[in-house]
Design a protein around this ligand. Structure first.
Ligand code: CAA
Length: 304
């Protein structure tokens, strides 16, 4: 029997490429009102302009009607910056999509938990960070993990890992923390399906399934480049044409963001202690140089 997600309003925290993509599929495919919040107004403007462009493209390609595009756009409301996380009070679920930093995510979840009703599902789009650690940060001051409030607070936290570009990629990886309730998982999954996605489930291990497999591959390609085994173009061409991948590994690393790749690799390496996950020196140096890939205009390749 399919479970009703019961999400009448969605909150999205972070309007970068992931947050915006999640807002887009929620408004267009699941047809729910979306409250969008980002501490950077510039980022919000950039995100909404990108959403307008995507909707226009879908209309011009005949994928959706003009009124569907307008309805979807009208479903997205920006939370006034002064309201902060209080602006999510009407949301039945909030998806966090900020950068891959555990201290930042824990502090956000602590705040979300303090400011929002206990019934609000708190989802993280993290690519690799422990959902169990994030859930533990929601336990209110003065309560313990075994108290009723402590348990209820952590039970509504779940990992909802979308893939980039969200409007195109079909998968959402679902991750339960040790504390997550089955009801939270079922409702989050039903919501991802309503957004047009298929779901897989992973245990809460570093990198989950997707990035624990993808990151060593990307890192190995960077090491191959570092060692001079082949040019960047030939490494990418080998995997694109030889394996029928849509992008070669260096192009994909640029696309994901080299800072994100490094943060995920560090989580994998620290979380497992396994040297196969140790980030390559070249990747570290490129991030030191602020060469972050497509989003910064320079990575393994140059972008406009
Ligand atoms: N946002 C939204 N839509 C986008 C987009 C973006 N950033 N980039 C491309 N698209 C859309 C295009 O508009 C186009 O849509 P239509 O079919 O409606 O016209 C479609 O995608 C195809 O685009 P293009 O024809 O321009 O280019 P393409 O055929 O080369 O496809 C691609 C682009 C979909 C990005 C493809 O190259 C691809 O699948 N690359 C691999 C992406 C991938 O592996 N993503 C996972 C990254 S890992 C991750 O996200 C998880 C993590 O935790 C790090």
């Amino acid at each position: 029997m399919s479970v009703a997600h019961g999400i009448r309003t969605l909150g999205v925290l972070g309007s970068g490429q992931m947050g915006l993509g999640i807002a887009y599929v929620a408004a267009l495919r699941a047809r729910v009102p979306v409250l969008l919040h980002d501490r950077s107004e510039v980022q919000i403007k950039k995100g909404l302009a990108f959403m307008d462009k995507l909707l226009e493209k879908d209309v011009s390609k005949g994928k959706i009607k003009a009124e569907e595009a307008k309805e979807a756009r009208d479903r997205v409301t920006v939370v006034a910056p002064e309201k902060g996380l209080e602006g999510f009070r009407d949301a039945d679920m909030v998806v966090e999509a900020v950068s891959e930093n555990i201290a930042l995510k824990q502090s956000i979840f602590k705040d979300l938990s303090a400011k929002l009703p206990l019934e609000t599902i708190l989802a993280s789009n993290t690519s690799s960070i422990s959902i169990t650690k994030i859930a533990a940060s929601t336990i209110p001051e003065g309560h313990t993990a075994s108290s009723e409030l402590g348990q209820k607070s952590a039970a509504r936290v779940v990992g909802l890992h979308f893939f980039n570009p969200v409007p195109v990629m079909k998968l959402v990886e679902l991750i339960s923390a040790l504390q997550t309730s089955q009801e939270t998982v079922d409702r989050a999954k039903a919501f991802a399906i309503a957004c047009g996605k298929e779901c897989t489930t992973s245990q809460d291990v570093p990198g989950f399934v997707a990035n624990a497999l993808l990151m060593p591959y990307l890192n190995e390609a960077i090491m191959w480049l570092e060692k001079g085994v082949a040019t960047k173009e030939d490494i990418d061409k080998t995997m694109k044409l030889g394996m029928n991948h849509p992008m070669g590994p260096l192009q994909l690393a640029d696309f994901i963001g080299l800072d994100t790749c490094l943060a995920i690799q560090q989580t994998l390496y620290q979380g497992t202690g396994d040297s196969k996950y140790r980030p390559s020196v070249l990747l570290e140096r490129m991030v030191d140089a602020q060469w972050l890939g497509k989003k910064s205009g320079k990575g393994f390749y140059d972008y406009e």
